[in-house]
Ligand binder design. Structure first.
Ligand code: HEM
Length: 159
């Protein structure tokens, strides 16, 4: 909301559909979890890559969510891209891919979306605030990758 004020303005009157798209774009654009880690259990080959038992592997969640094959203008924050969007088990993986019934997709994805909706609703309907100067940089090695100074707000007024 702070980095893309034009998009944030539309949250006020865009209704639930816009909020949903804004949150999906937030999960795509920012490195929620930049990567997932696993250690290879037995030697195998996948699409020409030979993986040896014991190798530490990273699944690039952030990179996949910006892959130009699946996302046009991947570096642009564009909630509208989620209108008529077609999800596959592996094209949008902020909380890992596949499905949560039989594989390791995060079982809390719906809970996460609900929590984000409640939070954004509170921020846009119940309070106004200022955002003081601070460091928004984050480190891609961190899980989760959060801004260096957290996110500080002040001059909070209840509406
Ligand atoms: C911002 C919030 C969240 C993020 C970014 C997130 C991310 C992830 C990621 C990346 C994994 C896969 C880990 C791996 O395979 O290496 C995972 C798995 C999981 N998550 Fe979440 N998660 C979030 C919230 C939640 C919540 C709220 C719940 C429960 C209410 C939850 C429950 C689970 C469970 C049970 C798994 C294990 C699934 C499995 O291995 O079968 N997560 N999550």
């Amino acid at each position: 909301m702070h980095q893309f004020p034009e998009a944030a303005k539309q949250l006020q009157n865009g209704g639930n559909q816009y909020i949903e798209m804004f949150l999906q774009e937030t999960r795509r654009y920012y490195p929620f979890f930049p990567f997932a880690v696993a250690r290879v259990q037995k030697d195998f080959e996948y699409e020409g890559f030979k993986l040896k038992k014991g190798t530490l592997t990273l699944l690039d969640l952030y990179g996949t969510n910006r892959h130009p094959k699946d996302w046009s203008q991947p570096e642009t924050f564009l909630p509208e891209r989620f209108i008529n969007w077609k999800q596959t088990p592996f094209n949008f993986i902020p909380q890992v891919g596949s499905n949560y019934d039989f594989r390791h997709r995060c079982a809390g994805e719906f809970v996460t979306m609900s929590m984000m909706k409640a939070t954004i609703h509170y921020l846009i309907k119940y309070i106004s605030y200022d955002v003081p100067e601070q460091n928004f940089d984050f480190n891609f090695n961190d899980i989760p990758a959060v801004p260096s100074d957290g996110f500080t707000i002040n001059n909070i007024h209840y509406l």
